[in-house]
Design a protein around this ligand. Sequence first.
Ligand code: NAD
Length: 325
Amino acid sequence: MKRALICGAGGFIGGHLCQRLKDEGYWVRGVDIKKHEYREPAVDDFVLGDLRDRAVCRRIVSDIQFDELYQLAADMGGAGYVFTGEHDAVVMHNSATINLNMAEEARKTGIGRVFFSSSACIYPASMQLDPNNPGLTESDAYPAAPDSEYGWEKLFSERMYLAHHRNFGLEVRIARFHNTFGPYSTWEGGREKAPAAICRKVAETPDGGEIEIWGDGQQTRTFLYIDECLEGARRLMESNFLGPVNIGSEEMISINDLARMAMDIAGKTLTIRHVPGPTGVRGRSSDNSLIQEKLGWHPAASLAEGMRTTYEWVAQEVEKRKQHI
Ligand code: NAD
């Protein structure tokens, strides 16, 4: 039986990954500074601990020889957290500390393979000024000019894991996740991403009402459904390809159209009111040529299918909250 350690198991992608690895027959230890807000992670062992603390990192790898480490823990959130500038120092400090600690522990204990979740936020802002962005390819990362400190930290950590590979032979696999969404993700409170935030606004608003969208809503993005993301990540981990490689969708949509898609799913007609707010870059899409070539992977399901499942889950959460008030 293979043994996996998932750092960030109390989070959105980590929670889903625990389930996926359990379904594949792994023994799984999850670690997070908090419990999962929306589900019990499917793990054999869950450690509540702060990965900025070196002693915690040492302890979680000391009693078991892990075959695989998935390092997903990061101080992150949606545009409302990452792009305002208020959290820059803590985002950089917290995430870099976690990555430095875990790279060192993985090296010292000889963990078989390490997966690191980087982000599309590493790509230069100057390449994302056009809403019809043709898709970011991996080589676009340099010369580097990410639009957030969150992106700079990811770029630093990519390089740090690759340096551990070159200097110490640590087996690393690096994915640049683009926006990923699905059920069991943050849907309120300021750290939620656009799909969950839009689902919440639509679910909360009675038919004929109005929802707010940050900016003019013409900024474009692609959104990858969680099951697709995990399939890409697992294929990368099983392969001999180190990356960095994009794991994202190429199905571009404007934020206004994403809101309309959620309204269609909900069967509601709502007016969109545009309000000032942090919007990030103007247009971002993934170019999946490299992952298609190396791993034969591309997303199988459409955005609309994933949005339907996500809307149903968010609408249930909104309903549950109403009943508790
Ligand atoms: P998430 O915020 O739901 O999960 C991250 C988890 O890390 C959280 O549960 C958090 O509590 C944990 N964590 C933070 N600081 C910690 C600490 N000091 N000690 C222990 N745990 C700590 O985010 P997610 O959406 O599941 O993302 C997982 C990874 O994928 C992150 O590294 C993120 O940067 C990356 N990523 C995600 C997306 C996306 O669209 N979801 C896109 C690009 C990259």
